[in-house]
Design a protein around this ligand. Structure first.
Ligand code: MG
Length: 373
C-alpha cells in the first residue's frame, strides 16, 4: 500500500499523421490514431499510458476510450495506484477484451509506481537485462523505390534489421524486393517477412517455400489468425522459423501455440496481451517450450513504445530485437517532449523513474481529436 490515491483519469484520442502511406497487408495506414491515458494522484503525480488499437487486428480507438472512461474509471478513483495487479484483475473481471485499454492502464499505473519507488518500469517488472536492443524497421511502402531510399537512410543510421510486409501486392513483388535487398546489402542485413494474415491457407506453403532461399530470420503470420491447423502445417513444411503475431494475443493462446506446435517464435505486444506483465507471462510460456520471442508493437507513439522497451529490457533473452521504430521513422512528429531514444540502430531503455518519457502538452493539444475527463 502507498499514501497515494488516484484522483482522476483523462482520456485523449489523438491522430498523428505518418510521413507516407504504408500498406500492411490487412490495411493501409496514413496516421496513428491512439488513445492516451493520463492518470493523476492526490499527491500531484502523473502517469501516462497508451492504447494503440488497429481495427483490423485488435480493436478501435473509440472502443478503448470508452473502456477507459466509461467502464474502468469508476473503479479506479480513490484507489491506490501501486496495486497494479489488483486493478488489472478488476479490469479483466468487468470488461472482456480491450487489451489495449488494459495496457494503457497498466503503463500509467506503473509510471506512477516507478516515480514513487524511484525506479524505471523495467526494474519494477523484474529488472533490465540490457540497456539497448537492435531495432527492426518495416518496409511496407507500395512504392518500393521510396522504400529503398528510406532503407539506405536507415542503414546509414546503423539499422541492420528489416521486416518486409509481404502478401499485399502479389508474390512476384515480394520475391523481387527480397532479391533486390539481398543484391544491395548481401548478408549485412537481417531480413524477415510479415504477411499480416495475407496468404490463402490452401496454397500458402508453395509461396513460402520460395522464400527459404533468402535466409530470413523468420516468416510472420502467413495466414488468418484463427487458421491454426494451416499454421501448424506450414510450420512442419518449411525450415524458416515461423512467427505467430495475430494468432497469439495472451497466455492462453500461447499455451495453444505450444500444444499445436504451430510456431517457433511469438511476437510480444503489450496491445495484444493487455500490458507488460501479461506479455512476460507469454514470454515465460514460450521460454519453457523452447520458443523465441520478439519485441513487437502496433501503430504507436513514443508512450507505448517506451512501455514496450521496458518489457523487452526485462526479458532474460532476446535474440531477435524489437521494432519500436514508429516514433523515430514513421510519424511526422511524435508526441514526446524529447525524441524517443534510438541511436545507431538501437533502442535505448529509459533510465528515469517510471516510464521515463513525457507527453508534450502542446503536441497533445495539436493532435487531439477528442478528450474525456
Ligand atoms: Mg505482424
Amino acid at each position: 500500500m502507498s499514501d497515494h490515491r488516484i484522483q482522476d483519469l483523462k482520456v485523449h484520442i489523438v491522430n498523428i499523421p505518418t510521413k507516407t502511406v504504408h500498406s500492411h497487408g490487412s490495411g493501409d495506414i496514413a496516421g496513428i490514431k491512439s488513445v492516451l491515458l493520463e492518470v493523476t494522484t492526490d499527491t500531484g503525480l502523473t502517469g501516462w499510458g497508451e492504447a494503440s488499437p488497429w481495427p483490423v487486428f485488435t480493436g478501435t480507438a473509440e472502443g478503448n476510450a470508452a473502456a477507459l472512461h466509461v467502464h474502468l474509471k469508476p473503479h479506479l478513483i480513490g484507489e491506490d495506484p501501486v496495486l497494479v495487479e489488483k486493478h488489472l484483475f478488476m479490469a479483466d473481471t468487468i470488461l472482456i477484451g480491450h487489451p489495449e485499454a488494459k495496457a494503457a492502464l497498466e503503463t500509467a499505473l506503473l509510471d506512477i509506481t516507478g516515480q514513487i519507488a524511484g525506479l524505471p518500469i523495467a526494474e519494477l517488472v523484474g529488472g533490465r537485462h540490457r540497456d539497448n536492443m537492435p531495432l527492426s524497421f518495416s518496409v511496407a511502402n507500395p512504392d518500393f523505390d521510396k522504400d529503398l531510399e528510406d532503407v539506405a537512410a536507415m542503414y546509414e543510421d546503423g539499422v541492420r534489421i528489416l521486416k518486409l510486409k509481404t502478401g499485399f501486392a502479389g508474390h512476384q513483388f515480394d520475391l523481387m524486393r527480397l532479391e533486390k535487398l539481398r543484391e544491395i546489402y548481401g548478408d549485412s542485413l537481417h531480413l524477415r517477412a510479415d504477411y499480416n494474415q495475407g496468404l490463402a491457407a490452401y496454397d500458402a506453403i508453395r509461396h513460402l517455400k520460395d522464400l527459404e532461399a533468402f535466409d530470413l530470420d523468420f516468416i510472420e503470420q502467413p495466414v488468418k489468425m484463427h487458421e491454426r491447423t494451416a499454421f501448424a502445417a506450414i510450420n512442419k513444411a518449411i525450415d524458416t522459423p515461423l512467427m505467430a503475431d495475430e494468432s497469439v494475443f495472451n497466455p492462453r493462446e500461447a499455451i495453444q501455440a505450444v500444444q499445436t506446435e504451430m510456431c517457433d517464435v511469438i511476437t510480444l505486444k503489450i496491445m495484444k496481451s493487455g500490458g507488460i506483465r501479461r506479455a512476460l507471462e507469454v514470454a515465460a510460456i514460450a521460454r519453457a517450450a523452447g520458443m523465441e520471442v520478439y519485441g513487437g508493437c502496433m501503430f504507436e507513439t513514443g508512450i507505448a513504445h517506451a512501455a514496450g522497451t521496458h518489457l523487452v529490457a526485462a526479458l532474460p533473452d532476446l535474440k531477435l530485437g524489437c521494432e519500436f521504430y514508429m516514433s523515430t521513422y514513421y510519424v511526422s512528429e511524435d508526441i514526446l517532449t524529447e525524441p524517443f531514444p534510438v541511436k545507431e540502430g538501437h533502442v535505448h531503455v529509459p533510465t528515469a523513474p517510471g516510464l521515463g518519457v513525457f507527453v508534450d502538452r502542446e503536441k497533445l493539444e495539436k493532435y487531439s481529436l477528442q478528450s474525456f475527463s
